[in-house]
Each structure stands twice: as C-alpha cells, then as structure tokens.
Design a protein. Structure first.
Ligand SMILES: [Zn+2]
Length: 103
C-alpha cells in the first residue's frame, strides 16, 4: 500500500515537470493535432483489368508539420505575428503562454 502511494506521487511529480497541457481557447478540448504533409509509399498487390488496384500496407516517410490545431474544432495555433506555428518549440511557448491556469 505505502509503496503504491509513493509511486503515484513520483509519477505526478515527473509529469508535472515534463509535460504541458494543451487546452483549446475556443472549445477547451485537450487534444492537439500536428497536421503534416508526408510521403506515403503504398505497395500495389494487384492490378485488375477493370482498372481497380489493390493496395498493401502503406509506409510513411517523416513529415514536417504544416500547422498545429485543436483535434476537436480545428482551431489553428498562431505565433505572435499571426503566422501558423510549424515548430515544436513554438508549440511549447504557445502552450505556456495560452494555457495558464488550465490545470
Ligand atoms: Zn478546439
């Protein structure tokens, strides 16, 4: 019993230090999405005479974020110049600035 509660406290302390929580200013949703353009390579497993193609499992290349948005209402994160944020470190800045008191 004692061990378990200690473990809980440790986890909370680490999470509090390492993680920031996104809260959408529009709808208060907490899921943020990185919208990225990626290459997908999809093997074609069959070429049918009627023009239909059968596909295998796609493989995705590394993407670059095009923008970050709320997963619920698609609110797009903007920097101080009103430009879409495309940089992970700017997401950190944005969350620090805009999600205070969200805990
Ligand atoms: Zn939202």
């Amino acid at each position: 019993m004692q061990q378990e509660s200690r473990k809980g406290i440790w986890t909370l302390a680490v999470r509090g230090k390492m993680e920031l929580k996104f809260i959408c200013p529009e709808c208060k949703h907490s899921q943020i999405t990185s919208v990225e353009r990626v290459w997908a390579e999809i093997p074609i497993t069959a070429i049918r005479k009627d023009g239909d193609l059968d596909y295998g499992e796609p493989a995705f290349g590394n993407g670059q974020p095009e923008w970050f948005e709320c997963a619920n209402c698609h609110y797009v994160l903007k920097d101080e110049n009103g430009e879409n944020i495309t940089d992970n470190s700017k997401v950190v800045e944005w969350v620090k600035k805009n999600c205070k008191g969200s805990k």
